[in-house]
Design a protein around this ligand. Structure first.
Ligand SMILES: Cc1cc2nc3c(=O)[nH]c(=O)nc-3n(C[C@H](O)[C@H](O)[C@H](O)COP(=O)(O)O)c2cc1C
Length: 317
């Protein structure tokens, strides 16, 4: 089985996993704007082990999204083993990622997500279970610190396992999703870890992303909230890294929002359009009369309504 990580041109710009957001429609939009790699939403290994239909549906993808990684969470090595086999055989992504960063109490109280980083022997068992049950490359999404466990020590403990890549959220569990990115730890991981290292946290613009890349020396970036309503951040990052066009006009923004909504409807029907409401509000955040338009978009239920509302936006920037 090929290790796609080795074939990616660096710097690698990945759309990081966002539960409730990085569904197939959004991932395709990010790919269209140049994302090198996309992740699924968080998928429960317990659900995959016992009642997989809904979760398998959640992680389905289109070949145009490749390379595509399915991210798993849980705390039971046996569930991880079964989930890894099922995903490998029935979903056929390019890689499997294990979540060690989720701070949500519903997840951590079961010993999963960030809580799994504090139980070194169990974390090791989980990683080993996945590696032994899939030929696909396995990666981790980690935080720089969870309680008294520091990432470099965590990686030392599991470092002999065949982990191909890590995405480092440069914040501790206590910081959750805000506050400064602790650059130093990611730089240390980059120096000592033998696989690919993606820096994550705070890449809210191409400038900030390039600064994070430079400061950490990472092989690439995981962009999360910076792509919400701005999936062209990948084009901007590519432009900053390699040259090339990177601006988008207001007309393109509206066409992107419309294309995204149409795809959401094709893939999920009316539910897709309801879920689109938040994306639509993010897309139009910088257009004139955004507040007024947002109120209307937050209540849409059909593609006709979306088209009608977006048509009222002037194309000239
Ligand atoms: C709404 C939301 C959902 C998230 N879902 C996931 C997830 O499913 N898996 C994961 O590893 N991280 C998840 N994250 C964390 C992001 O991938 C990322 O690590 C974090 O937002 C920091 O990056 P940013 O500053 O670029 O947003 C989520 C973050 C947010 C805000």
């Amino acid at each position: 089985m090929t290790n796609f990580w080795e074939n990616l041109k660096q710097p690698i710009f990945a759309m990081a996993p966002l539960s409730g957001i990085t569904d197939s429609a959004f991932r395709r939009v990010c790919k269209d704007f140049g994302a090198d790699l996309v992740y699924s939403e968080l998928a429960s290994t317990t659900a995959l082990a016992y009642n997989p239909a809904h979760t398998l549906e959640l992680v389905r993808f289109d070949p145009s999204e490749r390379p595509y990684i399915v991210q798993l969470f849980g705390s039971n090595p046996d569930h991880f083993a079964r989930a890894a086999r099922l995903v490998t055989e029935q979903v056929r992504p390019d890689g499997i990622d294990i979540n060690f960063g989720c701070p949500v109490p519903k997840v951590t109280k079961t010993g999963a997500g960030a809580a799994l980083m504090t139980n070194l022997p169990l974390a090791r068992e989980v990683i080993r279970s996945v590696i032994e049950n899939t030929p696909l490359p396995v990666s981790l999404k980690v935080r720089i610190r969870v309680k008294d466990v520091r990432l470099p020590d965590f990686l030392d403990y599991v470092g002999d396992l065949d982990i191909k890549a890590v995405m480092v959220h440069g914040r501790s569990l206590a910081q959750r999703f805000s506050g400064p990115n602790e650059i130093e730890t990611t730089r240390k991981v980059r120096e000592n870890f033998r696989g690919i290292v993606l820096a994550n946290g705070g890449a809210t613009s191409a400038e900030k992303g390039m600064e994070l890349l430079r400061a950490t020396g990472a092989h690439g970036l995981g962009v999360a909230r910076g792509a919400l309503g701005r999936p062209w951040i990948f084009r901007e990052l590519k432009g900053a890294a390699n040259g090339g066009p990177c601006t988008v006009s207001r007309w393109q923004i509206i066409q992107t929002a419309l294309g995204h909504a149409r795809m959401a409807e094709v893939l999920k029907g009316r539910r897709g359009l309801i879920e689109m409401r938040k994306h639509l509000c993010w897309y139009i955040q910088n257009v004139p009369r955004a507040g007024e338009i947002r109120k209307k978009l937050a209540a849409v239920t059909s593609m006709d309504e979306i088209e009608e509302i977006l048509e009222t936006i002037e194309y000239e920037a």
